[in-house]
Design a protein around this ligand. Structure first.
Ligand code: PEP
Ligand code: MN
Length: 448
């Protein structure tokens, strides 16, 4: 609890990270323009409220206790000029359909969390990109610069931060409207699953589960008093600290500082260093937070990270998003889970089966094999279940649109199909059919 003698929590959250090394921040060419953008954001309206963030934290506490399952997903990178109502509706719908399948398969209430309304900044492996002898700054997401390979597009422009806020506010507004409206009802979701099953080359394989879900009436957990089907929370990687800290607001009711750009923010694999600015910033906000962990993490560093991000050990505060790769998860994850469990640290374990399984297609497209994604998920469930811990959920890059970015799945998309509808400006997403294939196949695996 903050006492009146403490410096206001919001001020600390906005400033303390500035003393520390901040990875993956753009070199903004125009300091005055950055100041203007940050000033505009500092008085902008919040996208979410502190009480909603608290509600998500309570939902995630149920995940950490093994009493609920998390379905998190959306674009790798949203695009300011491409965002549109139909696509938002399709992606939100896909998340609800996944929630229905996986909630039924796990017999658990589902927490649904979109990677949406703020997922505009990307960590990159190199600061520049060379093409045909020309070197330009790398694309860092629409919050920073444009994707086109021209000097003008690639120059970081701080005004984009203000556009991200506006566009994210409009996105949140639309999702809330869909969530409250007829689109979100169990009837819609069941009809969508029925339509998917009937049209699928795998319909014989999926029909029995679809019928069972229909008999059960869709969502599990609706009767226990807390799960509402239209409830969809918003999340993104909290990468750009100027943006995130400008949107921190003090919650008068609790004295806590909340990041108001989304309900949950996560720290990426590349910016989770213990002595870095991101961990410092995240340690000062009261939202539920997550951190991505890859195969190189040392157990002691993970324990320190948990200590920094969740010093009070409150369930729901911290979610660990594991992204090891199908070939590594069964070797690397057990030691981590054993130690965290032995120390009695209440975290939610979630699998991101996407980021450890990225490959290059012969055409040069970045892609992922459906079978690798499913195999990493299977490994995640094997490890957690085998150790008596709770496999708490999935974190997927997906879209409701009919793109061709990942290979495999029921429709048998091959390398040669990728150019047809490869739309992602960053990592490859599962399309709606592939995402549902994954849910059905996972349900089948978990049933055997
Ligand atoms: C991402 O989620 O798009 C991402 C960059 O992930 P990670 O930090 O796990 O590499
Ligand atoms: Mn990605």
């Amino acid at each position: 609890m903050t006492s009146l003698l403490d410096p206001p929590a919001a001020h600390a959250a906005q400033t303390s990270w500035r003393r520390l090394p901040a990875g993956q921040q753009p070199s903004w060419p125009d300091a005055a323009a950055l100041d203007a953008a940050v000033t505009a954001l500092a008085s902008a309206l919040p996208l979410v409220t502190a009480r909603e963030c608290d509600l998500l934290r309570a939902r995630l506490a149920a995940v950490a206790r093994g009493e609920a399952f998390l379905v998190q997903g959306g674009d790798c990178a949203e695009e300011l000029d491409a965002v549109n109502a139909a696509s938002i509706g399709r992606t939100a719908g896909t998340l609800q359909q996944l929630a229905a399948v996986l909630g039924y398969a796990r017999s658990l209430p589902v927490v649904t969390l979109a990677r949406m309304a703020g997922q505009y900044a990307k960590p990159r492996s190199s600061p520049t990109e060379i093409r045909g002898g020309v070197e330009l700054p790398v694309y860092r997401g629409d919050a920073v610069n444009g994707h086109a390979f021209t000097a003008a597009a690639r120059t970081p422009d701080p005004h984009r931060l203000v556009r991200v806020h506006h566009t994210s506010a409009a996105t949140v507004n639309l999702v809330r409207a869909y969530g409250a409206g007829e689109h979100a009802g169990p009837g819609q979701v069941l009809a969508a699953l029925r339509e998917f099953t009937d049209a699928s080359p795998e319909r014989d394989r999926y029909a029995a589960l679809t019928a069972e879900i229909e008999r059960a009436g869709g969502f599990t957990g609706t009767g226990d008093g807390w799960h509402t089907p239209g409830e969809l929370f918003m999340s993104h990687e909290g990468l750009l600290l100027d943006y995130e800290s400008a949107l921190v607001r003090l919650d008068p009711a609790t004295g806590g500082a909340y990041a108001t750009s989304g309900h949950l923010l996560w720290i990426g694999e590349r910016t989770r260093r213990l002595d870095g600015a991101h961990v410092e910033f995240f340690s000062r906000i009261s939202n539920p937070v997550a951190v991505k962990i890859g195969p190189s993490i040392e157990t002691d560093d993970l324990l320190r990270l948990i200590g920094r991000l969740s010093p009070e050990g409150e369930p729901g505060r911290l979610t660990l998003v594991v992204r090891m790769g199908a070939g590594k998860i069964r070797d690397v994850l057990p030691g981590l889970v054993e130690r965290v469990t032995a120390e009695g640290l209440p975290v939610a374990w979630v699998s991101d089966p996407m980021h450890g399984n990225t490959i290059s297609a012969p055409s040069g497209h970045k892609t992922r094999r459906f079978d690798d994604v499913l195999d990493e998920l299977a490994g995640f469930f094997e490890v957690l279940t085998g150790l008596g811990a709770h496999p708490g959920g999935v974190h997927l890059e997906l879209t409701g649109d009919d793109v061709t970015e990942c290979v495999g799945g029921g429709d048998g998309i091959g390398f040669g199909d990728l150019p047809a509808r490869y739309r992602s400006v960053c990592d490859p997403r599962l399309n709606r059919g592939q995402a549902l294939d994954l849910a059905y196949r996972l349900a089948e695996l978990l049933d055997t």
